[in-house]
Design a protein around this ligand. Structure first.
Ligand code: C2E
Ligand code: MG
Ligand code: MG
Length: 752
C-alpha cells in the first residue's frame, strides 16, 4: 500500500517536472516570438516617429528660411538708402529676427552687417545660389565676420522684379543642432541632415555614430539591407522616404530617412539595433512578467490540487486500510477473518512447490449443538467460550499454519502434517485443551479432515471437502473426527444428479406407491390396513427409499413426494369406496419437513375433500426422532390432525430419545415399535422393554404395532406380549397397489 503511495508521489513529481519544463519551453518560445514580432513592429514604429521628426525639422528650417525671404522684401530699395539708413535697417531686422546677424550682400559680393561691418563674400555657394534666385541654407561654414561655425539662410532680394541683392540670416550651428535634437527615443537616436551626395550637413549634439566631419555617410557605413550604390539615389530623391539598416564599426544600426523638402537635404535618423527593442521593452517585460506570474499561478494551483489530491488519496487509502483491517479481523475473537484466512492459505500454497507430496491438511471443526450452549449460558458466555476456543487453536498453530472462525461455531484450520497419526495427535490435543481449559461447558467437537493433494485447488473447495467429512459424524455424542474419502464425493455427485432429475421424475410418474399390509395379531389372517411406501422406478430399475428419501429431506423435495403419495392413496381409497369395498386405514409417512409448513394439515384435508374420502381412512406416520425436536409445533400439528379426524402414529419408536411420559399429552393413536427391538428375541432385557412399552401404550390408550416382523417366533413373542398389530416380511412385503387389492379384496372383486 505504502509503495503505491510512493509510486504515485514519484509519478506525480515526474509529471509536475515535465509540466514545468513544458511551460518553460512554451514561455521561451512565446517570448522569442513576441520579441521578433515586436522588433518588426518597432521598426515600423521607429520609422513613423523618425518621419515625423524629420518633417518637423523640415518645417522648422523652412520657417527660418521663409522668415529671411520675408525680410528680403523690405530690402528691395536697400541699395538706394544711405549707409546710416542701411545699417539701421539691418540692425532693426537682426533684432527682430531669430538670427544673430542679418547680412545684405549686393550682387558684386559686398556684404554689409550692422554688427560686423563689411566683407567680400562672392565665393560663397549660398550667395551664388540665392543670387541665382534659389533660397537656400548653407552647410556649416566658418563665419566670415565671427569666425564661428554658422549656417546661413539666404534669399534673393528683388527690386522691381529683378534680383538686386541677397539677404542672409546667420544661425549659430550649435543652436541649430537643438532643432534637430530628438528625445523621442530616449536620446538613443540621432538625426543627421545629409546632402544628396551623402555628406553630413548638420549633425546632432548627441551623435551616436560620431562620423568625422565632412565625410560622406555612404563611405563610412556598410548598408546591410541595400548596397550603398542602390541606397544613395533613394536617399537623394526629392521625396525620399524609407528605412535601411547598416553596420558601422562592427555594430548594427537601423535608419529612417525622409527628405526635408528643400536644399536636396534628407534627415536620416539612426538608432542602434539593440535600442529598437527598447521601445517595446516595457511591453515585453510586462507580457513576460504576466506570462510567468500566470504560469506560476497555474503551477501553484496544480501543486495545490496535487497536494489536496494526495491528501485525499492518503485519507482514502487510510480508510481502505481501516476497512481492510475490519475485513481481515474477526470482530468476536480478534483473530483472522475468513477472508484473511483464504488469502493467507492461497499465498502459502502459491509459494509452496507442488511436488505431489501432501504436507497440508484442512480441518473443518464445529461445536455440536452450540445453540444449547447459548441457550444455557447466554450469548455473552457463548461468545467467551468461542473466544477461548479460538485462542486455544491459535496457540497450537505452528509457523505457516492458519485458522479462522468461519461462522458462529465453525472453524477452519490449516495444518502441516507428516502422517495421519500427526493429524490425530493435533486433533486430540485440541479436544483435551478444550476439555480442561473451557470448564464452563463440555464441548463436543466434530472434525472433518481433508488431506490436500493439489495445492492449486480452490481453497473453498478444499474446505467443502473437510466439511463433507465432518458432516458424516455430525450428531455424535463424543468429540470425533473423520477423514475425507472419494466416496463422499461420489455421494455428493449422486445427490446432485438426483436433485437434477427429481422434478422431472415426479412429473413423469416415475414414483409409485407400494402398500405393505398390517395384520391383527389376535386374528392373524385379518389385514387391518397398510402402510404406503414410495418407490422410484427409473430406467426399469427400482431405487429404494434409502437412496433418495434422505436427499429429498435435505433439499425439501420430500414434502412434494409426501403429498403425492397421500393423494395417490386418496385416489385409491376413493376407488375402493366407490366399489363399496370394506374400507381399511392406510398409513402415510410424513417427513419432519412438513411440520414447518403452516398449511400442512389443511392441505391434507383439502386433498381428502377433493376426492371426498373421510380423513378417518388415513393414518399419519411421524418418526419419533422428529417428535421431540420441537414439542410445541408437534403438539399443534397433532391436535390439528386429530381435529380433522386423521389417525396419528409415531414411527420407529425406540430409536430416538423420547419417552412415553413425553408422549402422554399428544393425541397419538398408534405406537410403531421399531424393528431393532426384535433383533434378538432371546434377549430377555429387550423383551422386557417391549413388554413395558406395550403396557404403557395401553395405559395411554394407544395401540401398538411392531414393524419388521420376519419370523414366527417374533409373532409369537409379540402376541404373548399383547401387541395389537404386526407388519413385516413374515406376513407380506410392500407390494404394488393392484397386488394389495387382490390380496385384500379378492372375494369382493369376484362379486363385483
Ligand atoms: P418406515 O416408515 O419405518 O417403513 C418401514 C420400512 O421397513 C420399509 O422400508 C419396509 O419395506 C421395511 N420393512 C417392512 N417389513 C420388514 C421386514 O420384515 N424386514 C425388514 N428388514 N424390513 C421391513 P422402505 O420401504 O425401504 O422404507 C424405508 C423408510 O423410508 C421408511 O421407513 C420411511 O421412513 C421412509 N419412507 C418410505 N416411503 C416414504 C414416504 O412416502 N414418505 C416418507 N416421508 N418417508 C417414506
Ligand atoms: Mg413408516
Ligand atoms: Mg418404521
Amino acid at each position: 500500500m505504502m509503495s503505491g503511495i510512493f509510486n504515485s508521489k514519484v509519478k506525480y513529481t515526474l509529471f509536475l517536472g515535465i509540466v514545468a519544463v513544458a511551460i518553460v519551453i512554451v514561455c521561451v518560445f512565446y517570448i522569442y516570438n513576441v520579441s521578433r514580432a515586436l522588433e518588426e513592429d518597432n521598426l515600423v514604429y521607429f520609422d513613423e516617429i523618425a518621419s515625423e521628426t524629420a518633417a518637423s525639422i523640415g518645417i522648422k528650417l523652412g520657417e527660418l528660411l521663409t522668415s529671411v525671404r520675408n525680410y528680403s522684401y523690405r530690402f528691395a530699395e536697400f541699395d538706394s538708402l544711405t549707409r546710416e539708413e542701411q545699417l539701421a535697417m539691418l540692425s532693426e531686422t537682426t533684432n527682430s529676427s531669430a538670427f544673430h546677424d542679418i547680412v545684405y550682400i549686393d550682387l558684386e559680393g559686398y556684404a554689409l552687417s550692422a554688427n560686423y561691418g563689411e566683407a567680400f563674400l562672392s565665393r560663397r555657394e549660398y550667395f551664388n545660389l540665392a543670387a541665382g534666385g534659389v533660397s537656400n541654407i548653407s552647410g556649416i561654414i566658418v563665419g566670415d565676420f565671427t569666425g564661428t561655425r554658422i549656417n546661413m539662410f539666404a534669399a534673393p532680394v528683388f527690386t522691381k522684379g529683378e534680383i538686386t541683392g541677397v539677404l542672409t540670416g546667420a544661425y549659430d550651428t550649435e543652436e541649430l543642432k537643438d532643432i534637430i535634437y530628438t528625445d523621442t527615443f530616449g536620446g538613443k537616436a540621432s538625426c543627421y541632415i545629409i546632402s544628396f551626395e551623402g555628406s553630413i550637413v548638420l549633425r546632432p549634439n548627441i551623435d551616436i555614430l560620431g562620423f568625422d566631419p565632412g565625410i560622406s555617410m555612404f563611405e563610412a557605413i556598410e548598408p546591410t539591407s541595400d548596397t550603398a550604390q542602390a541606397l544613395m539615389p533613394k536617399i537623394a530623391a526629392a521625396d525620399a522616404q524609407g528605412t535601411f539598416s547598416f553596420e558601422f564599426e562592427g555594430e548594427s544600426y537601423a535608419a529612417s530617412f525622409k527628405s526635408v523638402g528643400f536644399n536636396d537635404w534628407t534627415v536620416v535618423t539612426v538608432i542602434h539595433s539593440s535600442d529598437i527593442l527598447a521601445f517595446s521593452r516595457n511591453v515585453l517585460m510586462m507580457t513576460t512578467t504576466f506570462t510567468i506570474v500566470f504560469m506560476l499561478f497555474v503551477i501553484a494551483g496544480w501543486m495545490l490540487w496535487g497536494v489536496k489530491f494526495w491528501v485525499s488519496k492518503k485519507k482514502c487509502i487510510d480508510t481502505i486500510a481501516e476497512r481492510d483491517n475490519l475485513k481481515y479481523v474477526d470482530s468476536l475473537t480478534g483473530g483472522p477473518s475468513f477472508e484473511k484466512f483464504l488469502n493467507d492459505v492461497r499465498a502459502v500454497f502459491d509459494e509452496t512447490p507442488d511436488d505431489g507430496n501432501s504436507i497440508y491438511s484442512m480441518i473443518s471443526m464445529d461445536i455440536n449443538k452450540f445453540r444449547t450452549v447459548n441457550d444455557h449460558l447466554g450469548y455473552e458466555e457463548g461468545g467467551k467460550i468461542l473466544n477461548k476456543l479460538a485462542n486455544l487453536i491459535q496457540a497450537g498453530l505452528m509457523e505457516g499454519e492458519f485458522y479462522t472462525r468461519r461462522s458462529a461455531d465453525s472453524f477452519c484450520i490449516l495444518i502441516k502434517y507428516t502422517s495421519d497419526v500427526d493429524i490425530f495427535g493435533r486433533i486430540e490435543t485440541l479436544i483435551n485443551d478444550a476439555y480442561y481449559q473451557i470448564e464452563e461447558y463440555k464441548l463436543i467437537l466434530s472434525f472433518g479432515v481433508y488431506k490436500i493433494d493439489d495445492l492449486t485447488m480452490d481453497i473453498r473447495s478444499i474446505i467443502d471437502r473437510a466439511d463433507l467429512a465432518r458432516k458424516t459424524i455430525k450428531g455424535n455424542n463424543e468429540s470425533s473426527s473423520a477423514f475425507f474419502d472419494d466416496n463422499m464425493l461420489i455421494k455428493i455427485r449422486e445427490e446432485k444428479r438426483i436433485e437434477n432429475i427429481m422434478e422431472y421424475a415426479l412429473e413423469s410418474n416415475e414414483f409409485k406407491v407400494y402398500l405393505q399390509p398390517k395384520y391383527d395379531l389376535n386374528n392373524q389372517s385379518q389385514i387391518i390396513g397398510a402402510e404406503a411406501l414410495v418407490r422410484w422406478f427409473r430406467d426399469g430399475k427400482m431405487i429404494p427409499p434409502g437412496g433418495f428419501i434422505p436427499i429429498f429431506e435435505k433439499n425439501g423435495f420430500i414434502t412434494k413426494i409426501d403429498k403425492f403419495v397421500f393423494e395417490e392413496v386418496c385416489k385409491q381409497q376413493k376407488l375402493w369406496m366407490n366399489r363399496k369395498y370394506d374400507m381399511r386405514t392406510i398409513s402415510v409417512n410424513m417427513s419432519r419437513m412438513n411440520l414447518q409448513e403452516p398449511n400442512f394439515v389443511r392441505d391434507l384435508y383439502e386433498i381428502c375433500n377433493k376426492y371426498n374420502v373421510p380423513t378417518k381412512y388415513f393414518e399419519i406416520e411421524i418418526t419419533e426422532s422428529v417428535a421431540f425436536e420441537n414439542l410445541d409445533i408437534l403438539t399443534r400439528v397433532f391436535n390439528e390432525l386429530k381435529n380433522y379426524g386423521f389417525h396419528i402414529s409415531i414411527d420407529d419408536f425406540g430409536t430416538g430419545y423420547s419417552s412415553l411420559n413425553m408422549l402422554k399429552n399428544l393425541p397419538v393413536d398408534v405406537l410403531k415399535i421399531d424393528r431393532s427391538f426384535l433383533s434378538d428375541t432371546h434377549n430377555e432385557r429387550a423383551n422386557n422393554i417391549i413388554n413395558h412399552v406395550i403396557k404403557l401404550a395401553m395405559s395411554l390408550h394407544m395401540k401398538t404395532i411392531c414393524e419388521g416382523i420376519e419370523t414366527e417366533e417374533q409373532v409369537n413373542l409379540l402376541s404373548s406380549l399383547n401387541c395389537d398389530m404386526a407388519q413385516g416380511f413374515y406376513f407380506a412385503r410392500p407390494m404394488p397397489i393392484e397386488e394389495y387389492e387382490k390380496l385384500l379384496y379378492s372375494d369382493a372383486m369376484v362379486t363385483n
